[in-house]
Design a protein around this ligand. Structure first.
Ligand code: APR
Ligand code: PHB
Length: 389
């Protein structure tokens, strides 16, 4: 088998790259370890930056998003019993779109189907070879048979646990990591969202987030222990703890109901430098992880794909390699700024078990300052709607 760009991983990063390259006339093959049902069913964050929205539209996958997505011109921070609105539109002139990553993934698969894109599911034992040559290849098993895929470039879009990053020799990469001493317990329920916009709540008992998917589907999270046992969390217990962490007025309006999904996610910041080794390029979660506060994971995968697709289109169009040579630096510059923002927002709003009373006062002072200062709110807003690329 032969292609121009072999893409490992059929999550949003891999599918978006395949879609953009296909539109530019560049052939790709996507290799995905899981079944399509599994990939399309994963529930992840749901806030799309302005730049992500434009990129999806340019990739011809914006139609349903524009029809069904909810445009949000702001969100609230709940703190000390009050609600403080961050008016994204007034502060930055831009908005965000609430549209689940699950839906983005389904739209990408539908578009790949329509265009006849090649996506192989349930592939096993993917291994990359000859990365430093100009003819790398991949070996894998599919439907009980061994295969070889020859290509010009390999895009490692295989998430945090995939093999691409591990195939870069240890001495050629440096890893940066922070694991947070807590997780998020998330619940999806067929109830009306408690507010028209998202609410991020900082409370001494721990963080809480009120989000949504549509007018009859709510997504809520509470800070929990990272080793939390989901079996210990009845729906009632979840709603009680969530209510305690919200301002009284808001808590009174909370509509509760049976959860249709409940899961615990650990929180981590992680960056791999470099994002390129020979003919292998990493993108999305394969190269970096952000904690979910601020919902940057998918958006960061999208900006990587923007840089990478531009670079490959330039190379195939004119043989100019400046884009591919500059990819890692360009992508990492935006990655680090977004890592900083996600770390900052996480630090601001969560309760850290080992924080001293001094550090707790600093956190409160920073939240007070944020909700009183137009300059501080603008800094938050411009990061939340997404830094330019
Ligand atoms: N072979 C083939 N595919 C693999 C392998 C492998 N050995 N290992 C992992 N994969 C696949 C996974 O099954 C998954 O579908 O790679 C895909 C990676 O997808 P994601 O984890 O969704 O990562 P990415 O596409 O970078 O999307 C980033 O997803 O995790 C969230 O917060 C993140 O929202 C962000 C977005
Ligand atoms: C979500 O809706 O799942 C969501 C929204 C905002 C975040 C994180 C997750 O910051």
């Amino acid at each position: 088998m032969k292609t121009c760009v072999a893409i490992i991983g059929g999550g949003p990063a891999g599918l978006l790259l395949s879609q953009i390259l296909h539109i530019a006339g560049i052939d790709t093959v996507v290799l995905e370890r899981r079944s399509r049902d599994h990939v399309e069913g994963r529930i992840r964050a749901g806030v799309l930056e302005n730049g992500t929205q434009s990129l999806l539209r340019r990739a011809s996958v914006g139609e349903r998003m524009d029809r069904e997505g909810l445009i949000h011109g702001g969100f609230s921070i709940a703190h000390r019993g009050g609600m403080h609105r961050i008016d994204l539109m007034t502060l930055t002139g831009r908005n965000v779109m609430v549209y689940g990553q699950t839906e983005v993934t389904r739209d990408l698969y539908a578009a790949r189907d329509t265009m006849g894109g090649v996506v192989l599911h349930d592939v096993e034992d993917v291994a990359v070879h000859d990365l430093r040559s100009d003819k790398p290849h991949i070996t894998f098993n599919h439907a009980g048979e061994a295969h070889r895929l020859d290509c010009d470039f390999i895009a490692g879009c295989d998430g945090f646990h995939g093999p691409s990053r591990q195939s870069i020799p240890r001495e050629s990469r440096r890893e940066f990591e922070r694991v947070y001493p807590f997780g998020w317990l998330g619940v999806l329920s067929e109830t009306a969202p408690v507010d028209d916009e998202l609410v991020y709540a900082g409370h001494e008992n721990g963080f809480a987030l009120c989000s949504m998917r549509n007018p009859r589907l709510s997504r809520y999270y509470i800070q929990c222990r990272s080793d939390e046992n989901i079996a210990d969390w009845s729906d009632d217990r979840f709603w009680t703890v969530l209510r305690e962490r919200l301002p009284v007025d808001l808590a009174a309006r909370l509509e509760t109901g049976p959860s249709i999904e409940k899961s615990v996610a650990p929180l981590r910041s992680y960056v791999c430098e470099t994002m390129r080794y020979g003919r292998l390029f990493l993108a999305g979660d394969a190269a970096h992880i952000v904690p979910p506060t601020g919902a940057k994971g998918l958006n960061l995968a999208a900006s990587d794909i923007h840089y990478l697709s531009e670079a490959l289109i330039q190379w195939y169009g004119s043989g100019n390699s400046s884009g591919i040579d500059g990819y890692a630096d360009r992508a990492l510059s935006r990655v680090w700024k977004t890592e900083r923002f996600s770390w900052w927002m996480t630090s601001l709003l969560h309760s850290f078990p080992k924080n001293s009373p001094f550090e707790q006062r600093m956190q409160t002072a920073e939240l007070d300052y944020l909700t009183e200062s137009q300059a501080a709110m603008t800094a938050l807003a411009e990061n939340y709607v997404g830094l330019p690329y």
